[in-house]
Write a protein that binds this ligand. Structure first.
Ligand code: GDP
Ligand code: MG
Length: 598
C-alpha cells in the first residue's frame, strides 16, 4: 500500500487508564471484529494477562478504516504495556510508530507512567494525540485533566479528544484524528530492504514468529532474508498480519507491519532490534537498534523436585525467546541443589515469569529473595560484580561497595505527602525535587537505592497513599554504601539460599524481624528448630520454632472425618511448595520472608 495511506500508532497510558478497552473499541469500530467475536479484551490474549488485567507483551493489529475523505486507510495499532517493569517493551513498540494516542483517565488525571511514556514518545519523535478517557463516569473532570496534561506533560491539550472507551462515545473522532493528524510513514518501497524486528516469540506449532516493521523496500514470502547483526540467511516461509486474527499475506512493503515465519530454528537468531535485509540486494546500514536491556533484579529459581531441573532449563529457554529482557545462568546452592540465577526488569516481571513457569510448564519452584547487582572493589584493586549473596567476598577483602541507585518520580495527592516522605527517608532516599503540578497534586523526585525498592517499596507506597500514588523509576548510576551479607541459620546451619544483602545500619532491625517472620512461616516440626540471623560469626537475632504437640494429630482421629481429610489435604497442598533442608521442611514463603519485613 502507498505509505500515504498508512498510519502506525501506539497507545500509551498509565495502567488501568483504558488502553486495552480503547483498542478493543477501535477494532470493533473498524469492523476488524464483529460484536459477536468480541471477547472482553481480546488483545490481552494470554490467560495470565486476562486474569491479572495487565498487558505483558506488545501486540500489533492491522485495521482498515474508511475515513470521511472517502479513502480507506491502513491503521496499524500497537498496544503497549503500562507497568514500569515493561518500559522496555514500550520503547520497542514506539520505534515502529509515527504517532501515539496518550490516554489519560479523566477521573485520575496524569499519573507517573503517563508522564514516563509520554516522555519516551516525545523523545522518539512521535506525534502525540491526547485522549481523555472514562468521561461516562460522574467523577470525570475533563477540564482539570486537560490542565494537568499541559502542566505536567507539557503538551497542548485544547484539542484533546474526550471519550468513553467503555460506551464508545466519541471514539470515532479518534480514528479521524489518527488519519488527519498523525504523519504517514516515510520510507522507500524501491530502496534495498530494511525491516526492524520489534518482537518475536516461540509458537508451539509454528516455531519462531517474528513481528517486523518494514522501513524501506519490500518483504515477500519465499524470499531469502539476511539478519544484519550476524549475517545469517533464512527463507521466509509465510507471512501475515494480525487483524487480530492471523491473516496470510504475500508481501509487506515500506511502512507496513506484520509477522513472518522463516527457517529460523535457533531462538537466539531472532533478536529484537535487529535489521533484516535482502542478501541479493543488501542495505548498507543497519537501522538504529534498541538499547541492550539490562536485568535489574536477580533471584535464584530452583525446582522442588531435582529431576525437574532439565525441564526448568527448557522452559527458561522458551520463555527467553519471548522476552529479551530476561536472563538466566546456572547456579547451585548447598541447600537447594542445581538451579538458575535469573535476571528480571523488576518484581512484577519476576512474578510473571515464575507464574508462567508453573502454569505453562507445570513446574513447582522455589524462588529465593530478589536482590540487585553490586559493584565491589577488592582491597587488591580488582572490581567484581556480585548479584548472588553466596558469592559475596570475604568482608576483610572488600575496599568499597557500590549499589545501583534509581531516580524515582512519585505523583500523589497532597494529603499523602507526609507518609510518603517518611517512607522514602526510611528507604534511604535523597530528595531531588518537590513540585506542585496542580493545586493538590505533588510530584516528588527522589534518588533511592534499587535494593530498597526491590524489597517492599511498592506495597508500602500503596498502603501509605491508599493507592493514590504512582511511581515510575529509571536507573541513575551507583553510589557507595556499607552493605553487609546477612546469613540465616536453621538448626545452627547457615542456609546459603536464605542469605541477603542489607545496609549495615539496618542489619540488626532486619535480622530481628526476618527471623521473627520466618518463625511464623515455618511449620512446626517433630522437634524444636532454632532460627538465627548472623553477620559473619556474630549472631544478631534468634527465634525458636517449638516442636509439634503430639495431640494435634491424635485429636483428629476421634473427631469428624471430613475435618481430618481437610487437614491432610491442606498438608499435602503445603508440601507441594516445601523444600526439605537438612531435617526441616521450609515453605516457599520463608525464602521470600525478607520481602515482608522492610
Ligand atoms: P489498561 O490497563 O490501560 O489496558 O486499562 P483497561 O483497558 O484494562 O481498563 C482498566 C479498567 O477501566 C477496566 O475495568 C475497564 O473496564 C475500565 N474502563 C476502561 N475505559 C473505560 C471507560 O471509558 N469508562 C469506564 N467507566 N470504565 C472504563
Ligand atoms: Mg491493558
Amino acid at each position: 500500500m502507498d505509505p500515504k495511506y498508512i498510519r502506525n500508532f501506539a497507545i500509551i497510558a498509565h495502567i488501568d487508564h483504558g488502553k486495552s478497552t480503547l483498542s478493543d473499541r477501535l477494532l470493533e469500530l473498524t469492523g476488524s471484529l464483529t460484536h459477536r467475536e468480541m471477547q472482553a479484551q481480546v488483545l490481552d490474549a494470554m490467560d495470565l494477562e486476562r486474569e491479572r488485567g495487565i498487558t505483558i507483551k506488545a501486540h500489533s493489529v492491522r485495521m482498515m478504516y474508511k475515513a470521511k475523505d472517502g479513502i480507506t486507510y491502513q491503521l496499524n495499532l500497537i498496544d503497549t504495556p503500562g507497568h514500569v517493569d515493561f518500559s522496555y517493551e514500550v520503547s520497542r513498540s514506539l520505534a515502529s510508530c509515527e504517532g501515539a494516542l496518550l490516554v489519560v483517565d479523566a477521573t485520575q488525571g496524569v499519573e507517573a507512567q503517563t508522564l514516563a511514556n509520554a516522555y519516551l514518545a516525545i523523545s522518539n519523535g512521535l506525534e502525540i494525540l491526547p485522549v481523555i478517557n472514562k468521561i461516562d463516569l460522574p467523577s470525570a473532570d475533563i477540564e482539570r485533566t486537560k490542565e494537568m496534561i499541559e502542566n505536567t506533560v507539557g503538551l497542548p491539550a485544547d484539542d484533546a479528544i474526550a471519550v468513553s472507551a467503555k460506551t464508545g462515545l466519541n471514539v470515532e473522532e479518534i480514528l479521524e484524528a489518527i488519519v488527519t493528524k498523525l504523519p504517514s510513514p516515510k520510507g522507500d518501497a524501491s530502496a534495498p530492504l530494511q525491516a526492524l524486528i520489534f518482537d518475536s516469540w516461540f509458537d508451539a506449532y509454528r516455531g519462531v514468529i517474528v513481528l517486523a516493521r518494514v522501513i524501506n523496500g519490500r518483504l515477500r514470502t519465499g524470499q531469502k532474508i539476511k539478519l544484519m547483526s550476524n549475517g545469517k540467511v533464512f527463507d521466509i516461509e509465510s507471512m501475515g498480519v494480525l487483524t487480530p486474527k492471523p491473516v496470510e499475506i504475500a508481501e509487506l512493503s515500506a511502512g507496513e507491519v506484520g509477522f513472518f515465519v522463516a527457517t529460523i530454528k535457533n531462538v537466539v537468531d531472532s533478536k529484537v532490534g535487529d535489521t533484516i535485509t535482502d542478501p541479493a540486494e543488501p542495505a548498507t546500514e543497519m537501522l538504529p537498534g534498541f538499547e541492550d536491556i539490562k536485568s535489574m533484579v536477580f533471584a535464584g529459581l530452583y525446582t522442588i523436585e531435582s529431576h525437574e531441573h532439565g525441564a526448568l532449563r527448557d522452559a527458561l529457554e522458551k520463555l527467553k525467546l519471548n522476552d529479551a529482557s530476561f536472563s538466566f545462568e546456572p547456579e547451585s546452592s548447598v541447600a537447594l541443589g542445581f538451579g538458575f540465577r535469573c535476571g528480571f526488569l523488576g518484581l512484577l516481571h519476576m512474578e510473571i515469569i515464575q507464574e508462567r513457569l508453573e502454569r505453562e510448564f507445570n513446574l513447582d519452584l522455589i524462588t529465593t529473595a530478589p536482590g540487585v547487582k553490586y559493584r565491589i572493589t577488592l582491597t587488591g584493586g580488582e572490581v567484581v560484580e556480585v548479584e548472588n549473596p553466596s558469592r559475596w567476598p570475604d568482608p576483610t577483602n572488600i575496599a568499597q561497595i557500590e549499589e545501583p541507585v534509581i531516580i524515582a518520580k512519585i505523583l500523589t495527592n497532597e494529603e499523602y505527602v507526609g507518609g510518603i516522605l517518611k517512607l522514602v527517608e526510611d528507604k534511604r532516599g535523597k530528595q531531588q525535587n518537590f513540585e506542585y503540578v496542580s493545586s493538590n497534586r505533588v510530584l516528588l523526585t527522589y534518588q533511592l537505592p534499587l535494593n530498597e525498592i526491590v524489597l517492599d517499596f511498592y506495597d508500602r507506597l500503596k498502603s501509605v497513599s491508599r493507592g493514590y500514588a504512582s511511581l515510575d523509576y529509571a536507573l541513575a548510576g551507583m553510589w557507595v554504601s556499607p552493605m553487609v551479607k546477612m546469613d540465616i541459620l536453621i538448626g545452627g546451619d547457615p542456609v546459603d539460599a536464605l542469605s541477603v544483602i542489607v545496609h549495615r545500619d539496618f542489619a540488626f532491625e532486619r535480622g530481628k524481624s526476618l527471623v521473627h517472620k520466618m518463625r511464623e512461616l515455618i511449620p512446626r516440626q517433630m522437634f524444636e528448630v532454632a532460627l538465627q540471623a548472623a553477620i559473619g560469626a556474630k549472631i544478631i537475632a534468634r527465634e525458636t520454632v517449638s516442636a509439634i504437640r503430639k495431640d494435634v494429630i491424635a485429636k483428629c482421629y476421634g473427631g469428624d472425618i471430613s475435618r481430618k481429610k481437610k487437614l491432610l489435604n491442606k498438608q499435602k497442598e503445603g508440601k507441594k511448595r516445601m523444600k526439605r533442608i537438612g531435617k526441616v521442611d521450609i515453605p516457599q514463603e520463608a525464602f521470600l520472608a525478607v520481602l515482608k519485613v522492610g
